[in-house]
Design a protein around this ligand. Structure first.
Ligand SMILES: *Cc1c(COP(=O)(O)O)cnc(C)c1O
Length: 434
């Protein structure tokens, strides 16, 4: 059979057949532990010499089925599912970092990850430098030091849609013997497969498009076999491990070393295991991923184009628009669509943003994205509220900027909702009634 298409794999990939009952859908194994047949099997499971499950923090068949499906869709070899997207970034990063190490990250990344890097990691003795001009390979190269362990970025950052040239950053990383980690939450494997563009590790918040319905949190780490971890500079992968009889993870696991360490040592001990029920919801969500993302991307572009024609709107940050500085990159790296999370800036500033946001009916005011329902958020007073006015200005997040995450509703209904909301903004120069 030829290689299966994405939409076929999202429903057929990774499922385990339930030999006992023949269940078509991967069963939900809500069990903390798994029985050992006998004394010897318990010993063998702990030694890792026989396949099988022991305890859900270390692995669960429901979770494993979702991991196989995500790995397939990303074009990777293995995935690890954890409790949240933040846990995925944390586990992946701490599988490569220890005190004294350094990360080079794009400046335009998810605010939670930025704060994790800048504040939590600082307390662990790990430093990070942010690259302001992520399109300049020399800027990345200049930020790399002998202590740097990986480069980090997001394919589609929000709210500005200032796309990352993943092949360009991968080239810099590999020229310095470093892996590149990409948070691909907003792209999903349907729009972009970072491993095929040169990235070595992909992380996701599965709480967003993968789960898709706003019901479950989850995170995923995916790798391919591309990076030679024996040549990496991360001590935990190349130094002898006390649990491997003096061998290193790179010696024992080869190209699997990173994901094996992430699974067996970091996730297993720090403990952010996903609930099997949430894994089940994520697995079910993925079955319609391509349908949702294709529709949501197309509607988002239509909404962005419409907003650009409106007098109340100063600018629209959507990579699919010819006016976007990222438009050429979008055509090269995101030909199937540019996702459905973008921002627009109202001429009337904070007051206009407040009026518009409060007048929206179909759009839910929420700090979430990738839901089947459309959402609206005002970053300057919520996710980015702790930033100084200068930092907000530098990031292009003004008082009039609203972020949208477009759902699967009928496009005309969304446009009608936006139109009535824009109509509540007082005309510029007119007296504002309180
Ligand atoms: C939401 C999000 C995260 C964090 O994921 P959680 O599941 O909320 O922990 C990380 N990165 C990006 C790009 C996100 O949108």
């Amino acid at each position: 059979m030829p290689e299966l298409g994405f939409s076929t794999q999202q429903v057929h990939g990774g499922v385990s057949t339930d030999r006992e009952h023949g269940a078509r859908v991967a069963p939900l194994h809500l069990s903390a532990g798994f029985v050992f047949d006998d004394f010897d099997q318990a010993e063998a499971r702990f030694a890792g010499t026989v396949e099988g499950y022991s305890y859900t923090r270390l692995g669960n068949p429901t979770t494993a089925a979702v991991e196989r499906r995500i790995a397939l869709l990303e074009g990777g070899t293995e995935a690890l599912l954890v409790g949240t997207g933040q846990a995925a970034v944390t586990v992946a990063a701490l599988s490569l970092l220890q005190a004294g190490d350094h990360v080079v990250s794009a400046n335009s990344i998810y605010e939670g990850t930025r704060n994790l890097f800048q504040h939590n990691f600082a307390r662990l003795g790990i430093t990070v430098d942010f690259v302001l001009d992520a399109a300049d390979p020399a800027a990345w190269a200049r930020a790399i030091t002998p202590s740097t362990r990986f480069l980090f970025g997001e394919g589609i950052p929000n709210p500005k849609n200032d796309l990352l040239d993943i092949p360009l950053v991968a080239e810099v990383a590999h020229a310095h013997g470093l892996p590149l980690m990409i948070d691909s939450t907003l792209a999903t494997p349907y729009l972009q497969r970072p491993l095929e563009l040169g990235a070595d590790v992909v992380v996701h918040s599965a709480s967003k498009f993968l789960a898709g319905h706003g019901t479950a949190l989850g995170g995923a780490i995916v790798t391919g076999g591309g990076f030679d971890w024996a040549a990496s500079s991360s001590a935990q992968l190349i130094e002898p491990d006390p649990f491997l009889a003096g061998a290193s993870f790179a010696e024992r696991h080869g190209r699997r070393a990173f994901i094996a360490y992430a699974r067996d040592v970091v996730a297993a001990r720090l403990g952010p295991a996903p609930a099997p029920f949430n894994a089940h919801l994520i697995g079910q969500g993925i079955e319609t991923l391509s349908l949702r993302v294709e529709r949501q991307s197309a509607t988002a572009l239509a909404v962005a184009r419409w907003l650009e024609t409106r007098d109340e709107v100063e600018s629209v940050d959507h990579a699919g628009l010819a006016s976007s500085p990222s438009h050429a990159l979008a055509r090269r790296l995101l030909p199937r669509g540019q996702g459905s999370v973008f921002a627009f800036t109202l001429r009337g500033g904070l007051e206009a943003a407040r009026r518009c946001s409060d007048a929206l009916v179909l759009f839910s005011r929420m700090t979430h994205l990738g839901d089947v329902r459309s959402l609206v958020l005002h970053p300057a007073t919520t996710t980015h509220a702790h930033r100084s006015p200068e930092q907000l200005h530098e990031a292009g997040i003004g008082p009039g900027l609203l972020r949208l995450s477009i759902g699967v509703e009928d496009p005309d209904d969304l446009l009608a909702d936006l139109e009535q909301a824009l109509a509540t903004i007082p005309a510029r120069g007119a007296a504002v009634t309180p």
